[in-house]
Design a protein around this ligand. Sequence first.
Ligand SMILES: Nc1ncnc2c1ncn2[C@@H]1O[C@H](COP(=O)(O)OP(=O)(O)OP(=O)(O)O)[C@@H](O)[C@H]1O
Ligand SMILES: [Mg+2]
Length: 388
Amino acid sequence: MTDKTAHTGKNTGGDVRLTGISKTYGSFTAVHPLDLTVPQGSFFALLGASGCGKTTTLRMIAGLEDPSTGTVFLGDKDVTDLPPYKRPVNTVFQSYALFPHMDITENIAFGLRRRGIKSVKKQVDDMLELVQLGDKARHKPHQLSGGQQQRVAVARALINHPQVLLLDEPLGALDLKLRRQMQLELKRIQTEVGITFVHVTHDQEEAMTMADQVAVMNGGRVEQLGAPADLYENPQTTFVANFLGTSNLIEAEVVETGTDVVVTAGGGKLRVPGDRCTSAVRQGGKVLVGVRPEKISLAHADDAGKIADGRNRVTGRIADSSFIGVSTQYVVNSPAGAELQVYEQNIERDTRLVPGAEVVLHWNPAHTFGLDAAQDIDAGVETVEDAG
Ligand SMILES: Nc1ncnc2c1ncn2[C@@H]1O[C@H](COP(=O)(O)OP(=O)(O)OP(=O)(O)O)[C@@H](O)[C@H]1O
Ligand SMILES: [Mg+2]
């Protein structure tokens, strides 16, 4: 299969382009035919729950897996039939598998030595500096922390000057704190060297922290692709709405479509900007209305009269509240929906807002989005807890 657009449009010099790429194992489809362009020099994340096809997709880019259909382009070059070692690509895996008997310098120099390059010192020193391990040059891997070993693995790959670096859950073995540090570190390295990173993770925070673009995968398909803030603010499916952060999804019925779509939910009316509704929503009928927990304000029912006109509002009763320092997280049961989540910043706490209190949830209609009701309202919910 060839891409007719290959030589039109913008310069695709170093892009990774997948066209119609799929992978089946017997009767099981691990990756459905997918088209994906990773722009040169970008930090790109493949995000999704376990088993959704992330590694398979990455391995097809690396040449470690033969696609069942489709083509892999690196720049304008069709590399589909090239073996891994002939592709300008390096991979860093979760288990970074450094050579235990070699010191850090020799681990990093490995790729150069294998190509018969003798004078490696300058390049190794540059790499040690890049990953900030100059003082560990003569240590053995077992003398380094997990995060330091991981940086050696990145340096060992980067010294080969790949066009693309593929990273498959490289931070999976690290504890949360180290993982956060390494996310920033990897991002810094990527910005500094400017080559394309394709990073696989099941951790939505990790993807959003690091990546310029995120492809959210579910069941072997890319559900949505975009910049982190765009995916977060404008999810197109319940899976994306639930998998990236938390969303309140409210079952509703369209009563009016115009610039705003007006819906009824739990006996009240809500407004949704028309341009934040998927096309199915604008056709009317049953829909799902979404709003993020941090967009909602909570007022005690006695203060309902003080809420500004024009805000979306639903009544409810606080079922649970947890104080977590910067914010308090409330769970509210409402005729519009059970267990609505509300995050309130702790600025001036209203001491009446305790479990059992009658409240009004209100928010700017602009922060509301509308989704097709013909999908699982809980898609992507469970997997979000899997922080690895
Ligand atoms: N060699 C194989 N034979 C049969 N099925 C396979 C094979 N390799 C992968 N699969 C299946 O393909 C699907 C996708 O696997 P893949 O490794 O790409 O998932 P993943 O998104 O990387 O998951 P994880 O986050 O757990 O690493 C899984 O259901 C897996 O069981
Ligand atoms: Mg995997």
